[in-house]
Design a protein around this ligand. Structure first.
Ligand code: M6R
Length: 366
């Protein structure tokens, strides 16, 4: 059942290239020029009349939502609010009849997420569900469903559900851009081609996993791990820190790199490992000085960046490289080393990554 892998989590990490391909395949059309086809799910031009997109979810799915916000802004120039479902449901949110909601949930059964979805529905807003479970409550109650064709996700720590949620969000964001006229044909073609290359690029990262396994040594004597990045990399940092704490019980947190001086730096000492995610080329110099500030206080540093970048070689203790794609699509690749890293640290500590203490796969009660 684990397909030769020691744990479901490792198996599911390795299933990402196929899951990403399956999520993408049916939604691309190639009639002379490459385009996105979301007619299958009923996403027509009327959806693009929205004034605002509101994304709500919990945990890893919320992190996908944060990336969705950056993606919608980038490709479709539409305002986006992202909310944790348990916050959203107890707020007094302002509705606009032209809002559309994107509700993300692997299981489609998370109590807070369903409650937020029902509130939005009551306001008259239209709902898009992104879920992995066919026939789940979320899928049944939403106006439009986009499935992440990731296959069953057994491990408590979400991996392939996350990257396929991202794939769905990118497809919607890019199609939104087409319908709203913010993307021209050439930009659309380039984006679709980049999406199509993601599964093979993910595969390449997986084939380099021994390298990531080697970095688990960085954890020796480290009691806290910080992840930082800017823009898309900040969102990937959130997800990376969650993975590590869930299955290795390491105190880990994530922050936007620009926040370093506004607090987190007070915690940095020799017992700190800093993982800096650096895929936004125009912000490399900012990241580099942040990494130096942390290093000067005795922390060890690991950088995740593109395979053609040597910018951080002198600054960081270790650099892990991922195949280059469009900077706006980096999360689908940059998160994979962080998933593997969390997995190997868990193993190094003699833990069972598939069954982390105190956690359930599906949080169906508040
Ligand atoms: O099934 P859902 O996507 O609604 O679940 C949301 C969270 O409970 C889930 O992502 C949780 O944070 C995972 N354990 C993360 O690895």
């Amino acid at each position: 059942e684990k397909g030769g892998f020691e744990h479901f989590m490792l198996k599911e990490i390795h299933e990402q290239p196929k899951a990403l391909t399956d999520t993408l395949r049916a939604r691309i059309k190639n009639e002379g020029k490459k385009a996105i086809n979301l007619e299958e799910i009923g996403f027509d031009a009327s959806w693009a009349e929205a004034n605002r997109v509101v994304i709500t979810a919990c945990g890893t799915a919320w992190h996908a939502g944060v990336i969705g916000k950056y993606a919608f802004e980038h490709f479709a120039r539409i305002p986006v609010d992202v909310d944790i479902a348990s916050e959203y449901r107890y707020r007094n949110p302002i509705y606009n009849p032209k809002d559309i909601f994107i509700i993300i949930s692997q299981s489609g059964e998370t109590a807070d997420t369903l409650a937020a979805m029902r509130m939005a529905k009551k306001s008259g807003a239209r709902i898009i569900a992104i879920t992995n479970v066919v026939g789940s409550t979320l899928a049944r109650e939403a106006d439009l469903v986009m499935y992440t064709w990731a296959g069953p996700e057994i491990a408590v720590a979400s991996t392939k559900a996350f990257t396929t949620q991202l794939m769905c969000l990118y497809l919607i964001a890019i199609q939104f851009g087409v319908l709203r006229g913010t993307l021209n044909d050439a930009e659309l073609g380039a984006a679709v081609e980049a999406l199509e290359n993601i599964p093979a690029e993910a595969e390449k990262i997986l084939s380099d996993k021994e390298n990531i396994q080697r970095f688990a040594y960085l954890q020796t004597n480290k009691t806290k791990v910080f992840y930082m990045g800017r823009l898309f990399d900040y969102a990937v940092s959130l997800e990376s820190a969650l993975k590590l704490k869930e299955i290795s019980y390491t105190h880990s947190e994530a922050f936007a790199a620009g926040e370093l001086k506004h607090g987190p730096i007070a915690l940095v000492d020799e017992s700190t490992l800093l993982v800096a995610i650096c895929t936004q080329d125009n912000l490399f110099d900012k990241m580099d000085s942040n990494i130096k500030e942390v290093k000067a206080r005795g922390a060890s540093t690991l950088v995740i960046t593109w395979d053609d970048v040597s910018y951080f070689d002198k600054t960081a203790d270790e650099v892990f490289r991922i195949p280059r794609t469009m900077a706006s699509l980096s999360p689908m690749l940059a998160v994979i080393p962080a998933q593997l890293y969390a997995y190997y640290v868990s193993i190094l500590k003699g833990l069972d990554p598939d069954k982390p203490r105190n956690l359930a796969k599906s949080v169906t009660v508040e």
